[in-house]
Write a protein that binds this ligand. Sequence first.
Ligand code: 6GU
Length: 239
Amino acid sequence: MKVDIVSIFPDYFAPLELSLIGKARTTGTLKLAVHDLRTWTSDVHRTVDDTPYGGGPGMVMRPEPWGQALDAVASPGATLIVPSPVGRPFTQADAHELAELDHLVFACGRYEGIDQRVIDDAAERMPVREVSLGDYVLFGGEVAVIVIMEAVTRLLPGVLGNADSLTEESHAAGLLEAPVYTKPQSWRDREVPEVLRSGDHGRIARWRRDQSLLRTASRRPDMYAAYPPENLNKKDRVA
Ligand code: 6GU
């Protein structure tokens, strides 16, 4: 997969050299380039923003540098992703869809946003997705891009081992995971639940399933309500 990121803060993306994303880059699974938007300015001050038409607080990103940047980096077949608090919620299903694509271009704006004509113009040539991470406001799209890249990269072929893939399947199945434990068996007078040490794989599976349902119902009533009833089995006791 090829990924191009355009931002006025290229240094924000140093973490993408670490850990499994860094390794995916080294092995060639992920070809990632970060570009400074100011490369595509032409004035001496390398200006990227201006005051909003219609008034109001803050600044809006000017269309000219963005138009040139996207012309330069978005090859035919690219999908443009614009992280924004006014985007559609980014989900695991989106991560799976993006992981199938050959070329992603991320446009990082500040939160007051990029001139809307940039997005409307790009949408005439390529698929455009405006995505939000949740109902809060960040300074800009940079951290959101790192989050999205983690979610997508771990789905690329060869990046994860089998064990981790299964964990992901389970979240994609629409329930939260059960709690997890490791050694020692007793820590600060707290014991690992007996069932997990029983060696009884049937009981363990049953316990984890119960914990998943209870956790999801209490912490994520929205997710629980959306859980397809046909996915509940006869032994599931639900509140
Ligand atoms: Cl994707 N961007 C910004 N700037 N703020 C956000 C967000 C994205 N998601 C939630 N808040």
